[in-house]
Write a protein that binds this ligand. Sequence first.
Ligand code: SF4
Ligand code: MG
Length: 325
Amino acid sequence: MLLEVRDLRVEFHTRDGVVRAVDGVSYAVDAGETLAVLGESGSGKSVAAQAVMGILECPPARVTGGRVLFQGRDLLTLGREERRRVRGERMAMIFQDALSALNPVLSVGYQLGELFRVHRGMSRREARAKAVELMDRVRIPAAKERVNDYPHQFSGGMRQRIMIAMALALEPDVIIADEPTTALDVTVQAQVMDLLAELQRDFHMGLILITHDLGVVADVADKIAVMYAGRIVENAPVHELYKRPAHPYTRGLLDSIPRLDHKGGELRAIRGLPPNLLRVPAGCPFHPRCPLAREDCRTGAHPPLFEVASRRASACHHWRETVSE
Ligand code: SF4
Ligand code: MG
């Protein structure tokens, strides 16, 4: 396995108490594979990714347990320098907001080229040529003429392509993309997502795609991990998850995707809001919002991940009913 996260735990110490933002999360991605991590905001999906990348703001955040195995080595036990090297060369991250991730006062060609100068010891001229090549690769029109432009001179979609180019520059083994298309128009979203999927295949990378939108990952993910209140509540290969979700929360998310074939049909959003992590409900944390909730959900044990089938798991006591519904 290329990257394996095992039982990861992250806490935030706040004035009101300790928040378990990530509470025993495990997932894995192999070379050439795309894992989508799905959840509403506050579910812990971004925090988990930041812990994996080693870019958590600490304090207040603290990794309190678990392992992040990259090619078998636990990144959490590496020293700062070594960690930085793995992060810079072997893993890369793409964020939602390219404008704040790029330096506004440096041309995109300079920022791309800098990666090759610093990490590959290239001359200015070589680095510039590589920058143009990368801009071409992510299909920025007229890359040669635009290499000296500044981030604000590009559209949102083009800036996101530049961020993808920066992430790709050193040919990492893993890319983590946190809501990479959320800020974009729907049509541009699809183009950027297609590009990301294409590059992932061509470079045979592991891709972790973090999103709140099940609709955008349907065509590109191989498997999905659904997060709720800091934990994974369902794991499944993408097609099986779409066909037969095994957790009521996943079913709710699926029902709230607009579908072309359901014109005029009512969109059922999930009632209520995700819990405040300072006061996670007892029993199953999803019970206040769950249409299937009953007594044992409210008062019983926190549901562990039950094996539903090979490579499938659901943290619902009543997954059998959910699957067959
Ligand atoms: Fe709903 Fe109960 Fe399953 Fe939780 S355990 S998801 S409340 S049915
Ligand atoms: Mg987030």
